[in-house]
Design a protein around this ligand. Structure first.
Ligand code: GDD
Ligand code: MN
Length: 358
């Protein structure tokens, strides 16, 4: 079997027949083996229609789930049952034109691992969403692309229409929350090449969208989980947490030195900062950049001094911002805050590049 088309359905009684017809028409010219797998969680009579379709069309199959719900897990179940070498996921409401199937398949057969019809490359359009949904969709995509490096270059990473080689998910544990199965695959999958082809996302033929606030919340949960599971993406958050912990250590040590040992303020402050720097270095070495010790042995000795140098540059950056705001007659504290943000970004990038060399 060359191609398995997986179609998740939830209350799509008006659409499933047309999906089968349009897929058949589209695949006629491609003359390739294919099957359609509907994975259905409907509460209406969609499964009855699917049963009829499966009986009258040898290449149509369906699975009805009573207990489970959710678009992404439906796709995972579809992958497990499908027998195609290539897999395509497509919505049942014809907002994803089946006419694109031969082009997707051809591209996969020519060697691309993941093919994504995109609304946002030249020639594509997002006409099927109203203004508000467009804004929500843009925000979701931007959050995803900012937080997860593997999807940064992909214009339509939140769409529900895509094709892949089965090998891209073989042995991969897919455990998505909510709708975005493509995100899960892009983050965890085994693939080298991704290609996007333009398509026009039209308005729905019949029935209504099942998108809801709950799914948007699920999307955020899914993103957070993907970040926490991806070593390169969670690094920045760990770095910030270590930094925040370092501030607490700094203040505690300073109090001990000043009130316990009665050291001079200036000396207590400098010692406290040095202890905090050492603390931050150790946590970053053991946790944030775990497994990224410098490959060259003698360079490992230099990691701590390099880290300290980078931190000192960060302090200088912060001071320059405070001074700059002062000279403009603006709040120095605001300048200090902005300086801290810039310095954090600087030291993360610099440590990533020089201290732990990733
Ligand atoms: N099995 C199953 N279970 N299917 C579901 C469920 C569920 O809980 N919820 C929705 N579906 C099915 C719908 O029946 C439809 O076939 C498909 O998933 C998409 O649902 P829609 O309600 O049509 O979503 P949309 O049009 O608002 O958004 C879709 O298109 C966007 C653009 O590609 C989704 O695919 C979005 O993820 C996508 O961004
Ligand atoms: Mn839809």
């Amino acid at each position: 079997m060359q191609l398995s088309i997986i179609v998740p359905t939830f209350n799509e009684r008006e659409n499933v027949r047309v999906v089968v017809e349009r897929v058949e028409d589209a695949m006629k010219q491609a003359t390739q083996d294919y099957e359609i797998w509907f994975v259905d969680d409907s509460r209406d009579d969609t499964p009855i229609i699917l049963e009829e379709l499966a009986n009258s069309h040898p290449h149509v199959h369906y699975l009805h789930r009573e207990e489970a719900r959710g678009l992404a897990t439906a796709c995972v179940e579809g992958f497990a049952r499908a027998s195609g070498k290539y897999l395509v996921v497509m919505d049942a409401d014809l907002q994803h034109p089946p006419e694109l199937l031969p082009a997707i398949l051809e591209r996969l057969q020519r060697g691309t691992d993941i093919v994504i019809p995109s609304r946002f490359v030249r020639g594509g359009s997002d006409g099927g969403l109203n203004g508000f949904r467009k804004l929500v969709s843009w925000t979701a995509r931007t959050i995803g692309r900012l937080s997860i490096s593997r999807i940064r270059k992909i214009s339509d990473c939140t769409g529900g229409y895509f094709g892949l080689k089965r090998t891209a998910i073989e042995g991969v544990e897919l455990d998505p929350i909510g709708w975005k199965i493509l995100l899960e695959i892009l983050v965890k999958g085994n693939y080298q090449s991704v290609h996007e082809i333009p398509y026009e996302f039209h308005t729905r033929d019949a029935g209504e969208s099942k998108m809801s606030m709950r799914e948007q919340w699920n999307y955020m949960r899914h993103i957070v989980r993907l970040i926490s599971q991806s070593p390169e993406d969670r690094r920045f958050y760990l770095f910030c947490m270590v930094g925040a912990l370092g501030v607490v250590v700094n203040l505690v040590v300073m109090s001990l030195l000043m009130y316990g040992l009665h050291l001079h303020t200036m000396l207590a402050s400098v010692l406290a900062s040095l202890v905090a720097m050492g603390h931050n270095f150790l946590w970053n070495d053991k946790v944030t950049w775990k497994g990224n010790a410098h490959p060259v042995r003698w360079r490992r000795m230099l990691q701590m001094p390099v880290f300290m140098l980078i931190s000192l540059v960060g302090i200088a950056i912060t001071a320059l911002f405070a001074q700059w705001f002062h000279s403009l007659g603006w709040s120095e504290l605001l300048g200090q805050c902005i300086g801290i943000i810039v310095a954090t970004a600087w030291s993360f990038v610099a440590n990533n590049r020089f201290t732990w060399r990733t």
